[in-house]
Design a protein around this ligand. Structure first.
Ligand code: 13P
Ligand code: SF4
Length: 365
């Protein structure tokens, strides 16, 4: 007989050390029936329990390829949704804390995107001229929107290939929710800033004239990541003045100015690999989330590499941080008892169309 689910309150006071020991025991009891996916921004006490760690693209593929009955996603809500959409129907995707969202993903919603689409339709036929591209950091119904309008999903790793795919089909892109990833990627492809406009989702027609919409190649949603917008050109200037030899590497969610000043720009996985492959003694200034930068420093300090965080103020992804060992243990021990808590289940109506958009992406890269 299945026991009643144990409440989270019984776990919140436990020490991290006790959680670690019990998480290991629960994982051993669940064996191959479980896989834990961990995003690079997870705090160390959680990250150590991941069976697979990676950026959004790598973890999406891991979810799609997994044979486990239960997929626990130590990350944020949209990531667990992707795991649910790409896994088989009988597999269960789970998120340790349901309040672990993404503030950038929340900057776009279906009502506003559909309104934008209708407003663009008063200037030109979007289904003929505009490919909707959503960053994977978005809700499942926005991926479904892209699925039904011939659009696609991208991650920070494959954004350029996805934009190339999109421009091969239609001459314009509506890119949401992150303006910075859209701008940085398009600029790298040689599209000038004059050919990009920002769609202010709180204004009629995005705050743009019909002519601006007609002339734009990239229509960039006015969303941003509150963590990555903290990195500023002056942080790089100040650091370079002290250490002229420093190598600067940033995530493409950082601003155009920061990315232009950086020596390297890429996803979390790219940042990790680039730092790992660098020569001993290299000094790095990194513009991405603090937990990852701290881990990189710890991993490479014995090679005499020093890895510094770009901002002078502490800026972590506070929603990623909501996943703690206590919630993970709560979920695992309930699973051992046969109870699923915090399942993420995308309604079939959204999941089917969202899968189309995700599979178009996975077929490219
Ligand atoms: P990555 O796909 O590069 O890991 O990025 C995910 C994310 O949310 C960065 O803020
Ligand atoms: Fe979202 Fe930014 Fe956190 Fe990434 S770092 S999950 S984009 S809020």
């Amino acid at each position: 007989m299945v026991a009643t689910a144990t409440a989270i309150q019984q776990f919140t006071g436990l020490s991290d050390a006790e959680c670690t020991a019990r998480i290991k025991a629960a994982k051993a009891a669940l064996g191959d029936r479980l896989i834990i996916l961990g995003h690079h921004y997870q705090r160390e006490e959680v990250f150590v329990h991941a069976d697979v760690s990676g950026d959004s693209l790598k973890l999406s593929r891991a979810a799609a390829d997994s044979k486990a009955d239960y997929i626990i996603f130590c990350g944020v809500h949209f990531m667990a949704e992707v795991a649910d959409i790409l896994s088989r129907p009988e597999q269960v995707a789970m998120l340790p804390d349901l309040s672990a969202g993404c503030s950038m993903a929340d900057m776009a919603n279906l009502t506003k995107v559909e309104r934008a689409w209708q407003e663009i339709a008063r200037v030109l036929d979007p289904d003929e001229h505009v490919t909707p591209v959503t960053y994977i950091n978005s809700a499942a119904d926005l991926k479904a929107f892209c699925g039904r309008h011939g659009g696609i999903v991208c991650t920070s790793t494959n954004a350029q290939q996805i934009l190339e795919w999109s421009f091969a089909r239609r001459e314009k892109i509506l890119f949401f929710p992150d303006q910075h990833l859209g701008r940085n990627t398009a600029a790298k492809m040689g599209i000038s800033l004059d050919e990009m406009v920002v769609w202010d989702f709180d204004q009629p027609f995005g705050g743009l004239t019909k002519e601006q919409i007609r002339n734009a190649k990239m229509i960039l949603w006015k969303g941003f990541c509150s963590v990555h917008q903290m990195f500023k050109p002056e942080h790089i200037d100040r650091f370079r003045a002290m250490y002229p030899e420093v190598k600067v590497i940033s995530h493409p969610e950082a601003s155009y100015e920061v990315c232009q000043m950086s020596d390297y720009v890429g996803s979390t996985e790219y940042i990790i690999n680039t730092v790992a492959d660098s020569a001993p003694g290299t000094r790095w200034l990194v513009g991405t989330e603090l937990n990852l930068v701290t881990r990189l420093h710890e991993q490479h300090k014995h090679e005499d590499k020093s890895v510094h965080f770009m901002s002078p103020t502490v800026c972590m992804c506070s929603t990623m941080f909501r996943v703690d060992p206590q919630h993970l243990l709560w979920q695992l021990e309930n699973l051992v008892d046969g109870n699923v808590v915090n399942q993420i289940s995308v309604p079939a109506s959204d999941a089917d169309e969202a899968r189309d958009a995700l599979q178009r992406m996975l077929a490219i890269r």
